[in-house]
Design a protein around this ligand. Structure first.
Ligand SMILES: C[S@@+](CC[C@H](N)C(=O)[O-])C[C@H]1O[C@@H](n2cnc3c(N)ncnc32)[C@H](O)[C@@H]1O
Length: 191
């Protein structure tokens, strides 16, 4: 059975362990986020990546997309505290990201894909919002036994994520490793 992250555990999304494994600014730089990007954080949680990304891209929009109103309320609190004004929070539906076609130059999805039942349809919806030539970066748990994280049979191997996205018209650009716990993938949507 698919397990959804419970907002009651939101402190697990920003703590010392996470900052060691996935330092937010360094991770976004490694994935290739640039000033001038139009950014969407798909399944943004509390905004651990959305807020630094919004600061990195300048005045453009950073969309914080999540199905959980509790998570989005936390993004709003945290972005206000950080003085960040270019984040637009949106409560999305399971398979509908609500923003216009081809409106995003850099999509990010961290620790979300393993929570989705219909992965193919979700990735198709992500493809819809990304501009031709735009990027999608995916970070998720390595499909291996690690000290933390979901059970191995809930995880999805990086090769499977790449194959699904290739089927949907993306090409692979980069694979990264963030400690032994997480993989990172960067794919580009064909122009
Ligand atoms: C483990 S949390 C990760 C949050 C954030 N990406 C991070 O790394 O800090 C997974 C998030 O995905 C969200 N989520 C799950 N299914 C979703 C869907 N179909 N569309 C958008 N968000 C979803 C959950 O509400 C939760 O906030």
């Amino acid at each position: 059975m698919i397990h959804k992250f419970n907002p009651i555990n939101k402190n697990k999304l920003d703590n010392e362990w996470r900052r060691e494994n996935l330092p937010p600014v360094e991770t976004l730089e490694k994935l290739g986020l640039k000033a001038g990007d139009i950014f969407a954080d798909i399944g943004c949680g509390i905004g651990y990546f959305t807020i630094p990304a919004a600061q990195m891209i300048g005045d453009n929009s950073a969309y914080a997309l999540d199905t959980s109103p509790e998570m989005l309320a936390e993004v709003e609190l945290r972005s206000k505290a950080a003085g960040v004004k270019n984040i637009e929070t949106l409560k999305t539906a399971e398979l509908d990201l609500l923003i216009p076609d081809e409106s995003v130059s850099f999509g990010l999805m961290v620790n979300v894909i393993h929570e989705i039942v219909d992965k193919n349809q979700f990735l198709e919806e992500i493809s819809r919002i990304i501009k031709p030539g735009g990027k999608l970066a995916v970070i998720d748990w390595e499909k291996a036994e690690t000290e933390m994280g979901p059970p191995i049979d809930h995880r999805i191997a990086k090769e499977d994520v790449v194959s699904m996205l290739e089927e949907l018209g993306f090409y692979w650009q980069q694979t990264l490793s963030f400690t032994e716990n997480f993989y990172g993938l960067v794919l580009v949507k064909n122009s």
